[in-house]
Write a protein that binds this ligand. Structure first.
Ligand code: SAM
Length: 271
């Protein structure tokens, strides 16, 4: 069966059974689990998921993989593969197809890693958690602490859902074709990481803080919310954020406090 890897789709496939089994264990998948996979590829991870989970729904953009997947998944009755671009699917439709709580387990295509993760942070209703293979540099960003260069909007956005941790480092030699960088598996349990009054106000706070990393939070807040300097100063003082602070110095807990204050003033609703 002839198949040509497509770099544009981030096709770096896994085959090592030990590694695949370890990823599924990292995800805590058991026979009751419903799993969503983004990027079935040649079906190696999909097959191991099907063997351990109750059911698997997998998205794959590349229709040329259909015959490869039919062979790899023959006999698996609990798997459905949809050949379409996951990023174009409406999240409500995806979740309706999953029919209840689910986990995401995926070796993500590197070119859409951040937008995929943002979708689960912002749009998902029934997601229990993520176990995703990402480039090691991205893994560091997802797990970063405030006041470090790796800390950014995606770190703070994920923190609203739960704490990200690296569960496994994976050298580039494990992939075919071999990429230029190493990878890591990151797991986040969506266990309600932070209590906030409004998720949309939290998202607004994070977006505002990182809208211009060179500017202070005060200046970013003034432009994003149309506030006077005095108003911005007052909110930041109430949130116990020091004068002149920049977004990357705010811990997720401080973001939560800040976003609750914004919410109380009707700022950031509907984001
Ligand atoms: N799961 C397989 C594995 O671990 O060997 C393949 C992982 S590979 C890194 C990523 C897969 O995602 C590729 O098969 C690629 O074609 C697919 N893909 C890329 N963009 C996609 C998209 N927007 N929607 C669905 N699948 C996509």
């Amino acid at each position: 069966m002839e198949f040509h890897f497509k770099k544009k789709y981030g096709q770096n496939f896994l085959a090592d059974e030990n590694l695949l089994g370890a990823i599924v264990r990292d995800a805590g998948v058991d026979e009751t689990a419903t799993v969503l996979e983004i990027g079935a590829g040649a079906g190696a991870l999909t097959r191991v998921l099907a063997e351990r989970a109750a059911c698997v729904l997998s998205y794959e953009i590349d229709r040329e993989l259909r015959p490869v997947l039919e062979r790899a998944l023959s006999g698996c009755r609990n798997v459905e593969v949809l050949f379409c671009d996951f990023m174009r699917e409406e999240m409500g439709e995806v979740e309706r197809a999953l029919k209840g709580p689910y986990r995401v387990v995926a070796n993500l295509p590197y070119y859409i890693t951040t937008p995929v993760l943002m979708r689960f942070c912002e749009e998902a209703q029934n997601c229990l958690g993520l176990t995703v293979m990402v480039q090691e540099e991205v893994a560091r960003r997802l797990c970063a602490r405030e006041n470090t260069p790796d800390y950014g909007a995606i770190t703070a956005a994920l923190a609203l859902k739960g704490r990200a941790r690296i569960t496994r480092r994976v050298p580039r030699t494990m992939f075919t074709p071999r990429p230029n960088v190493d990878s890591a598996v990151v797991t986040v349990e969506f266990d309600g990481g932070l209590a906030v009054k409004s998720a949309s106000a939290y998202r607004f706070a994070v977006r505002t803080a990182f809208s211009n990393r060179r500017k202070t939070l005060e200046n970013n807040l003034m432009s994003a919310a149309g506030l006077t300097r005095a108003e911005a100063k007052e909110i930041l003082a109430q949130a116990e954020i020091p004068e002149g602070a920049r977004g990357e110095t705010l811990s997720p807990a401080t973001f939560a406090r800040f976003s609750d204050l914004l919410f109380d003033r009707g700022i950031g609703k509907g984001n």
